[in-house]
Design a protein around this ligand. Structure first.
Ligand code: XUL
Ligand code: CO
Length: 437
């Protein structure tokens, strides 16, 4: 079998003192943390689009990386790409992968031929999954790249474009099911608008929901047991994306009776673009019973777009893992690296250094989140902060056994109230002590 990454050995855990750049320092797959192996807790996935496809093109320049896999013929290239993807996952000990239909197989001149190509590559992926013991975290359809979708897909003003998108979705769901996918993602590529002068917002949202219902019904009819996800994002490519943030997506799901089948796929960089923290979005999903999966990356807070960097900020990974543990951990979801090496990090080695950096940052985050939970001081502080609701008038409020007149009488009797300190800096110093102590 041809090796696509001949200079790279299998990456193994060597511990925090190792100076081997091609070793994990914190990700020890079989080590037990918070009751499960790190492999089971973290469920790391490779993103096919960034890792196997994106080659460094930006608005100002062409590719800086070689992702041709030794071929120019699109289908031969797709086959080599698939082989390379599994060698990469094997060497990095990544158990899962995620893809868009068009990442794995190139579009042809007509839908029939495009689908035939997809079938061919799907069969190859299925074989490779078996050979390498890898799983599909989720599949999705690219409903944003082709010019036909310039006004949206499920929110397009054209019924013909909508039908084309439906056909593409049907096939994407079929191959996801064929490959035993744990999930299916809707990221609203061009589902949004540039100007309300040409847009019927209510019509577009209802139409999107109609399409989602059709996808759910069809997927369940062919045996899909996994989760559907919406992946919120506030802007880019459209000025205003309909799935702005977790709360907006949840409102859409609830309004259109889709919450039973859908959860959220929270992406760190999308959270910060919406002016939220990553933890805020995770908590919002969790408190609504919709925590599903995570696109693990980080943005640059000085830039207003989706930079999709590999996550290395350990404060963020720790606080994110704390949210994930509090939500009960992953079921069908996992940590998908929707992240790419910088354009100037353009060698094969850089791909591996990037994944090692990201996996170690989340592995360290998991270890530290577990330490924070075991220490218990933060949880105890929060419980005590709300303890006035455990007895007396607070308990009556919680149990719905009071009224405004009774609370008025209580307040009049009590007189002025002394507020409690929130102790933010004290809690932040506990966090630092636990992280670095
Ligand atoms: C785009 C993005 C997508 C989704 C899948 O910002 O995050 O790659 O994760 O369509
Ligand atoms: Co994403």
């Amino acid at each position: 079998m041809q090796a696509y990454y001949p200079t790279i050995p299998k990456i193994r855990y060597e511990g925090a003192r190792s100076d081997n750049p091609l070793a994990f320092k914190y990700y020890d797959p079989e080590a037990i943390v918070a009751g499960k192996s790190m492999r089971e807790q973290l469920r790391f996935a490779m993103s096919y689009w960034h890792t196997m496809v994106a080659a460094g093109t930006d608005m100002f320049g062409v590719n800086t990386m070689d992702k041709s896999y030794g071929s120019t013929d699109p289908m031969t290239q797709a086959e080599h790409k698939a082989q390379a993807a599994f060698e990469l996952m094997d060497k990095l000990d990544l158990d899962f992968f995620c893809f868009h239909d068009r990442d794995i197989s190139p579009e042809a001149d007509n839908l029939k031929e495009t689908d035939a190509r997809l079938d061919k590559i799907t069969a190859l992926l299925k074989q490779l999954m078996k050979d390498y013991n890898k799983k599909l975290l989720w599949g999705t359809a690219n409903l944003f790249g082709n010019p036909r979708y310039m006004n949206g897909a499920g929110t397009s003003p054209s019924a013909d474009v909508y039908a084309f998108a439906a056909a593409q979705l049907k096939k994407a769901v079929e191959i996801t099911v064929e490959l035993g996918g744990n999930g299916y993602v809707f990221w609203g590529g061009r589902e949004g608008y540039e100007t309300l002068l040409n847009t019927d917002m209510a019509f577009e949202l209802d139409n999107m929901a109609r399409l989602m219902h059709m996808v759910v019904d069809y997927a369940r009819s062919i045996g899909f047991k996994g989760d559907f996800y919406i992946e919120p994002k506030p802007k880019e490519p459209m000025k205003h994306q309909y799935d702005f943030d977790a709360a907006t997506a949840l409102n859409f799901l609830r309004a259109h009776d889709l919450l039973g089948d859908f959860k959220l796929n929270i992406e760190a960089n999308h959270a910060t673009l919406a002016q939220h923290t990553f933890q805020h979005e995770l908590r919002t999903a969790a408190v609504n019973g919709a925590f599903g999966s995570v696109d693990a990356n980080q943005g640059d807070l000085l830039l207003g777009w989706d930079t999709d960097q590999f996550p290395t900020n350990v404060y963020d990974t720790t606080l994110a893992m704390l949210e994930i543990l509090k939500a009960g951990g992953f079921t069908n979801g996992g940590l998908n690296f929707d992240a790419k090496a910088r354009r100037a990090s353009n060698t094969v080695e850089d791909i591996f250094y990037s994944y090692i950096a990201g996996m170690d940052a989340f592995a360290l985050g998991l270890r530290l989140a577990d330490k924070i939970q075991q220490d218990g001081r933060l949880d105890k502080f929060v419980a005590e902060r709300y303890s006035s609701f455990q007895s007396g008038i607070g308990q009556k409020i919680l149990e719905g056994r009071t009224s405004l007149p009774e609370l008025e009488a209580y307040a009049l009797e009590k007189g002025e109230v002394k507020p409690q300190s929130g102790r933010q800096e004290y809690l932040e110093s506990i966090l630092n002590q636990l992280m670095f102590g």
